[in-house]
Design a protein around this ligand. Sequence first.
Ligand code: GRF
Length: 213
Amino acid sequence: MNAVSTTRKRIGVLISGRGSNMAALLRNDCGGDVVVVGSNKAEAKGLELAQDAGIETFALSHKSFASREAFDAALIEQLETYRLDLLVLAGFMRILTPQFTDHFAGRLLNIHPSLLPSYPGLDTHERALNDGVKLHGCTVHFVTSVLDHGPIIAQAAVQVEDDDTPETLAAKVLVQEHQILPYAVRLFCEDRLQANGLRVSVRPIAPVIVKHA
Ligand code: GRF
């Protein structure tokens, strides 16, 4: 039987823009505490949201580093000061080096706006519309060194309507992102996720045993 930790997990979140997924993590009880929000862009709107919620933030511009490796090394160093149990990529628009993904292996999650393994990468809504798919959606997965690939924790699908545009589809998918990200983080914080290769199973909640005298 796996030991279930009783201490609340320390969560870090990385963003690059408006931070609505990060805000969804703050709004919902994810079973852990967001202790820091970081960004590669100082102007990311989400940093203000986090500050307003009393969360520590930092910005580290990738432009100040000569290489991807140097930026990732500095990011690891910065994140290490927060003793994180979990790091969530919530709209963090940077490709990470294997050095980074290996460092956080097993405790690094990403939210992606497509039903992976379909449409890794950018412009997912437009590509889905061009392919004429009837179902589209979003995925939360453990991050590996392969972009937008890794054991899938949760997915949600939306129906593609005849009059959908990339913008309307993005808005519908975003509503679902805000549901499945806190859900997946909660499962992680409750130590309920078990990855076996690419398959992730969810352990049931341990029953509470009440002893009567
Ligand atoms: C989301 O659609 C996320 O899936 C993608 O980038 C977008 C970020 O939105 N990777 P937000 O910053 O969380 O509002």
